[in-house]
Design a binder for this molecule. Structure first.
Ligand code: SF4
Ligand code: SF4
Length: 288
C-alpha cells in the first residue's frame, strides 16, 4: 500500500536533506586526526603529578588507592586503572588538565599490575592481532556489575558520530560470533560463573578488553561484600581501558589497540610512564 505524504511533510523532508548537505559529514575524524577537546571531556582526563604534589597526602585522600607511594617518599605513581577521576587529589597538588592531550588516551595492552611490556612484546602482539582481526572485529559486551555508565559509553560507539563500523568493528550479541569480550563493571559473586561461561563460549582466538576502573581494579566497589576480584584474576585480560567511565574515543582507542590497528608506544626505560607516549596507526606508518 502506498502512503501519500502531505505538502508540509515534503517541505520538511527537503529541509532535512538541505540541512544535512549544509552540515556535511559530522562523523568523528579519530583516529585519522587527534581527538578534539569536545571528544575528551575534562572528567575523562587523569591527574598528573607535579613538583608540588604531596604524595602522602594524596594517598590518604584518594578513595580507591590509585595514588601509590611509600612513607617519606616524594614520588610514586598514579595507577590509572584504579583512578575514578574524582579530582579529590587536586587539594594535594595533583593537576588536572582541561584540554585533551596525549595523557588523555590511556588504553594499553594489559600487564600484571605495575608491570610493563617490552617494545618487542608490544610489536609481537600488534602484528599477531592485526593478522587475525584486520578484516573484521566483532565485540560482545558483558556487564558483571556496573553502574551502567560504561555500558552507555560503549554503546555510544555505534551511533553515527563515532560510527564504529567504518573501522571494521561490529557489536554482536552472540559469543559464537565474537572475537573479543568487553567486560564492564566490578565482578560480583552472582556474575562469576556467567563471566567464565561466556568467555569459554567464545571460540579461539579471542581477546578480553576491560573497560573502566571496575573490571581493572574494582574501582569504587573494591572491598565491598559482593565484589569478587579484578577480572584479570579470573580470565586473561588483553587490553585495559581506564576511566570511570572512559569516553567513547578512549574506548575506541582501546579497541584499535586490541585489533592491531593502533600501536601503543612503549619504552623499556622504567623511568618513563607507560601508556602516556604517542600512538601510531597503521595508516600513519604507511605514510612514513
Ligand atoms: S582523581 Fe580521585 S581516584 Fe584519581 S587519583 Fe585523584 S583522588 Fe584518586
Ligand atoms: S568504572 Fe565507573 S562508570 Fe564504569 S561501571 Fe564502574 S563505577 Fe560505573
Amino acid at each position: 500500500m502506498r502512503t501519500q505524504i502531505g505538502e508540509g511533510e515534503q517541505i520538511m523532508v527537503k529541509l532535512w536533506v538541505l540541512r544535512g548537505l549544509k552540515k556535511g559529514i559530522l562523523t568523528s575524524k579519530y583516529p585519522n586526526k587527534a581527538p578534539t577537546e569536545e571528544e575528551i571531556p575534562i572528567k575523562a582526563i587523569p591527574p598528573a603529578a607535579t613538583d608540588s604534589s604531596d604524595w602522602e597526602e594524596g594517598q590518604k585522600i584518594c578513595p580507591t588507592g590509585a595514588i601509590e607511594t611509600e612513607a617519606g617518599r616524594k614520588a610514586g605513581r598514579i595507577h590509572t586503572g584504579k583512578c575514578i577521576y574524582c579530582q579529590r587529589c587536586s587539594v594535594a597538588g595533583f593537576e588536572f588538565s582541561n584540554t585533551a592531550n596525549s595523557n588523555s588516551l590511556q588504553a594499553n595492552f594489559a600487564t600484571d599490575v605495575g608491570g610493563r611490556l617490552s617494545n618487542a612484546e608490544v610489536l609481537k602482539r600488534y602484528e599477531s592481532n592485526w593478522k587475525t582481526f584486520k578484516k573484521s572485529f566483532h565485540i560482545l559486551m558483558i556487564d558483571v556489575g556496573s553502574c551502567n555508565s560504561c555500558n552507555l559509553e560503549v554503546l555510544n560507539l555505534s551511533n553515527p558520530y563515532y560510527d564504529l563500523n567504518r573501522l571494521g568493528i561490529f557489536l554482536t550479541n552472540s559469543p559464537k560470533h565474537a572475537d573479543a569480550l568487553i567486560v564492564v563493571g566490578a565482578l560480583n559473586k552472582a556474575m562469576f560463573d556467567i563471566l567464565k561461561r561466556t568467555y569459554e563460549s567464545i571460540p579461539n582466538p579471542k581477546l578480553v578488553i576491560a573497560v573502566g576502573a571496575c573490571p581493572i581494579s574494582g574501582g569504587v566497589f573494591q572491598g565491598t561484600e559482593s565484589f569478587v576480584s579484578p577480572v584479570r584474576d579470573i580470565i586473561p585480560v588483553d587490553v585495559d581501558i581506564p576511566g570511570c567511565p572512559p569516553s567513547p574515543i578512549q574506548i575506541l582507542q582501546g579497541l584499535l589497540i586490541a585489533m592491531g590497528t593502533m600501536k601503543p608506544s612503549y619504552s623499556d626505560d622504567p623511568s618513563t610512564k607507560p601508556g602516556t607516549s604517542t600512538m601510531s596507526t597503521r595508516k600513519e606508518e604507511a605514510i612514513v
